[in-house]
Write a protein that binds this ligand. Structure first.
Ligand code: GLU
Length: 448
């Protein structure tokens, strides 16, 4: 592990001691602190105001009981979370995740990442994250609705367009946002559209929000390629996952001339050398909520590998778009061996620290999720703008705004990396640029 700056070692030790057992949170904090040495050297004012220590402590953490009744009349119990991490730049903003792996450490890592990601967009949004250990898999529509309503019956009191604005994440899409917004509206008796993003297009949602994380990821990679005098044309690409981020990443890669040859879900991965048939993936995953395994039973050009590692498939570009720590050191070694040149994170923290180190030592260009996948939350901020002005933009206009935002995030990362003595280092560039905007706002707002 790279050493931390001597001023940052006690900060990290404090985070470990105050938040025992929250390994993903420790990992996310460490990754940021490792980038901040040159900032600590050049800006003593941040240490004087204890900016980094304050940034690592959430402003507010809410944990609550979510009881609900399943279809057979049995009472079920889940735990709900919202970590309102930092509001120096704007109202708390970040998604809700419904997945059995959710616990405080996951919500805090996601909330911490969100602060920097949201800062990088240049838009006025603070950082938060929330969710529940509820598992939507196998649940009926009615069960999902009852769960969402119970979840909102507590969370509503913490939300508001100027306070905290949730959106989706793993396990939370348009359907769940609808049920939660419906319950919020009912409890508050206010049609306050700006309290949620990722809404349906007929009731206040923004065009391109569904596609935004995947499209934005690919726009970012396109900028990486362009900076190296290259393009997507003819590239073999692996996209892990087959959820919302993966699906729209695949769509945009194909539009830009690349060929996605593999994608996955928790059961395994498919390889299709003819290029992944996206309409089939959408039908299986979106329409039927099925398993990716079914793809290979329909397409003769494809094979399904149960379990296994998608990173074994030879590629030029790999985009981990599933979940945290899905790309480990053996995965990175396989990518390096097959000649992969670019790894960019569509998911949040999908690459382990060991894998990042291996990729960088091998000269693979690596870009972190907080920059690469910021298009989702950036488009959420555009949704908030449309709600505030009671306006509705066209698909083309919104996509154009997204493309400009991604290109400016990319350039900001490279310029910042250059300025702080680590040219070409997207991790350092993203962490430092994200940090400085928040840190300066915190300085300006005083000790609060
Ligand atoms: N959950 C998404 C993310 O990881 C989106 C958050 C939002 O739109 O508020 O950035």
């Amino acid at each position: 592990m790279p050493l931390l700056h001597e001023q940052l070692t006690p900060v990290f030790d404090e985070v470990m001691n105050r938040n025992p057992g929250e390994t993903e949170f420790h990992q996310a904090v460490r990754e940021v602190l490792e980038s901040l040495s040159p900032v600590v050297e050049q800006h003593p004012e941040y240490a004087d105001a204890e900016i980094i220590r304050r940034l690592c402590e959430p402003e507010r953490q809410i944990i609550f009981r979510v009881p609900w009744t399943d279809d057979s009349g049995r009472v079920q119990l889940n735990r709900g979370f919202r970590v309102e991490f930092n509001s120096a730049l704007g109202p708390y903003k970040g998604g809700l995740r419904f997945h059995p792996s959710v616990y405080l450490g996951i919500v805090k890592f996601l909330g911490f990442e969100q602060i920097f990601k949201n800062s990088l967009t240049g838009l006025p949004i603070g950082g938060a994250k929330g969710g529940s250990d509820f598992d939507p898999k196998g649940r009926s529509e009615a069960e999902v609705m009852r769960f969402c309503q119970s979840f909102m019956l507590e969370l509503y009191r913490h939300l508001g367009e100027y306070t905290d604005v949730p959106a989706g994440d793993i396990g939370v899409g348009g359907r769940e946002i609808g049920y939660m917004f419906g319950q919020y509206k009912r409890i508050t008796n206010r049609y306050e559209s700006g309290t949620f993003t990722g809404k349906g297009l007929t009731w206040g949602g923004s065009r391109v929000r569904t596609e935004a994380t995947g499209y934005g990821t690919v726009f970012f990679v396109d900028e990486m390629l362009r900076a190296a005098g290259d393009s997507f044309e003819g590239k073999r690409v692996i996209v892990s996952g087959s959820g919302n981020v993966a699906i729209y990443a695949i769509e945009k890669i194909h539009q830009l001339g690349g060929r996605v040859i593999a994608c996955s879900d928790s059961g395994g991965y498919i390889v299709d050398e003819d290029g992944v048939d996206l309409s089939l993936v959408k039908e299986i995953k979106n329409d039927r909520r099925g398993r990716i395994e079914e793809y290979a039973t329909v397409r003769t050009s494809a094979r399904f590998v149960a379990g296994g590692s998608i990173w074994d498939v030879p590629s030029d570009i790999a985009l981990p778009c599933a979940t945290q720590n899905e790309l480990d050191e053996p995965g990175a070694t396989a990518l390096i061996r097959s000649g992969c040149r670019i790894v960019a994170e569509g998911a949040n923290m999908p690459t382990t620290p060991g894998a990042i180190r291996a990729l960088r030592e091998a000269g693979v260009s690596f870009a972190p999720g907080k920059a690469v996948n910021a298009g989702g939350v950036a488009t959420s901020a555009l949704e908030m703008q449309q709600n505030a002005s009671r306006d509705s933009w066209t698909f083309e206009h919104t996509e154009e705004r997204l493309a400009v935002i991604m290109s400016s995030i990319h350039d900001r990362c490279l310029e910042t990396a250059d300025r702080y003595g680590t040219p070409g280092d997207y991790v350092a560039g993203a962490n430092i640029a994200g940090f400085i905007r928040v840190a300066d706002a915190m300085l300006a707002l005083g000790v609060i």
